[in-house]
Ligand binder design. Structure first.
Ligand SMILES: *Cc1c(COP(=O)(O)O)cnc(C)c1O
Length: 456
């Protein structure tokens, strides 16, 4: 049994604390966090510019108390959600039949995609032991959905280009398969799965195909217009049944905004939940959550209207230009960009430097960069936003120093996060670190001083 000492138990204060003191204290505490505004983080925060952020905040504040659960009460919110879904459908190649809903984020969108497929194939084919085929690079929201909804995840490894291996996908289809999933692009390396080929396999077997465009949904359509080589990935591909796309990532909306889109309204019905005999009234809920913060729905609409196609084209051109500078600089140091990333999401390995990449990561953190480490293969992940445009040179200068240091001091691999990640990357049975991950989650709920895992 996990023990938590008494001294860490916090009770509701007896008397109220002055609001200005509370706020001041919170401002102090916020300073402990990663410096996203200075471009020091490469995930978690998607910041366009201060003016855009203030605009989103103003909209959010306007609808702060309203609830998207009951659109009858708040017609403005109903309109915003319907229009956000419609705009997303048009962007992602849905025909006249396309349908969808907003959700709180990529994970909820993915949950809904898996639930719709599960309920559809139970209804139509009485499949009671459903399976879905997932590239190993698919976002964990799918294994989470599998875990929650009783669908068996069948993982497929990658080909030499880091795309899901099609022969293995074909071999994995059986009579219980309800869904094949591909990413556009996948998170770890920014690589596109072969969407058209996956959709064809799905279609040939009469099963559903979902495209996870959480990261690419509000970027790839613009990159295509800008002339980048983007293979077909959306509803224009025959056989695609549903697509998830996050507004709160490359749509630069406020957090808590994503869309799940379906090929038609009949299929969308399998996502909904209704109950007509509840004493509390006739209950309908489009997605996972009950209460839905109207602020994030309204701010998503505001973001789309304020950016327009022109705004997104300009924004994504800037991101691509900045990404290119990062990639060129990284490669010039002998590090290696993995495979062929399609947008401002990519990863690099030690390459010809032969330094330990996790030592490089630790040393970068010492210089104030918040680094995302990855395993299989060992690499560092970057997600570029306009916040990084002013810091490319500073990053590359630090990276050069750090690579030299890492080469000179291989013994650093024995300590810091490098030791932990080095172990995680090499361990033959990954479940051996499960206990450690549970501990990590428990530690985040320890009050008071920062527990071991969260020391910076
Ligand atoms: C971020 C992400 C998700 C999950 O989205 P959340 O908004 O974090 O729940 C799913 N798929 C991909 C490819 C992602 O990058």
């Amino acid at each position: 049994m996990t023990q938590i000492s008494d001294k860490n138990k916090i009770a509701l204060p007896r008397s109220s604390m002055p609001k200005n003191e509370i706020y001041q204290k919170m401002e102090e505490l916020q300073k402990l966090g990663a410096h996203w505004h200075e471009g020091r983080t490469f995930s978690l925060v998607y910041h366009y510019n201060d003016e855009h952020t203030e605009f989103l905040k103003k909209i959010y504040e306007l609808h702060f108390h309203e609830n998207g659960l009951n659109p009858g009460a708040f017609p403005a919110i109903r309109k915003y959600e319907a229009e956000v879904v419609s705009m997303a459908c048009q962007l992602l190649g849905a025909g006249a039949q396309g349908a969808g809903t907003m959700t709180s984020g990529g994970t909820e969108s993915i949950m809904m995609a898996v639930k719709a497929a599960r309920d559809y194939f139970f209804d139509k084919k009485k499949i009671t032991q459903p399976e879905m085929i997932l590239p190993i690079t698919i976002h964990p929201a799918f294994s989470k959905a599998a875990h929650y909804f009783g669908v068996k995840p069948v993982y497929i490894s990658l080909d030499s280009d880091y795309r899901v291996d099609l022969n293995q996908v074909k071999a994995a289809v059986n009579t219980n398969t309800i869904l094949i999933v591909g990413s556009a692009p996948q998170y770890p390396h920014g690589v596109m799965d072969p969407i058209s080929e996956l959709a064809k396999i799905a279609k040939d077997h009469g099963i559903a195909m979902h495209v996870d465009a959480c990261v690419g949904g509000f970027a790839l359509p613009f990159l295509k217009k800008l002339g980048y080589d983007i293979p077909p990935f959306d509803f224009s591909v025959d056989g695609v049944w549903s697509i998830s796309a996050d507004l709160h990532k490359y749509g630069f909306a406020s957090k808590g905004a994503s869309v799940i889109l379906h090929k038609d309204a009949d299929y969308r019905r399998y996502q909904f939940y209704i109950r007509s005999d509840w004493p509390g009234g006739l209950f309908v809920s489009p997605s996972f959550t009950g209460t839905r913060p109207a602020g994030s729905i309204a701010a998503a609409w505001g973001a789309l209207m304020a950016m327009g196609e022109e705004g997104y084209l300009k924004l994504h051109q800037e991101i691509m230009d900045t990404s290119k500078k990062f990639q060129k600089g990284i490669e010039s140091l002998g590090l290696k960009i993995i495979a062929r990333p399609v947008m401002g999401v990519f990863a690099y390995q030690a390459g010809s430097t032969e330094a330990n990449i996790y030592v490089i990561a630790d040393l970068l953190e010492k210089k104030g960069w918040h680094v995302d480490r990855q395993i299989h293969p060992e690499c560092i992940h970057l997600m570029i936003t306009p916040a990084h445009t002013p810091v490319v040179d500073a990053y590359l200068k630090d990276l050069k120093e750090v690579v030299d240091d890492a080469k000179a001091h291989p013994e650093l691999a024995e300590g810091g996060m490098a030791a932990m990640y080095g172990m995680a990357a090499k361990i033959p049975d990954p479940t051996m670190i499960d206990q450690f991950l549970y501990q990590y989650m428990e530690d985040r709920y320890i009050t008071g001083d920062q527990p071991m895992f969260f020391k910076v």
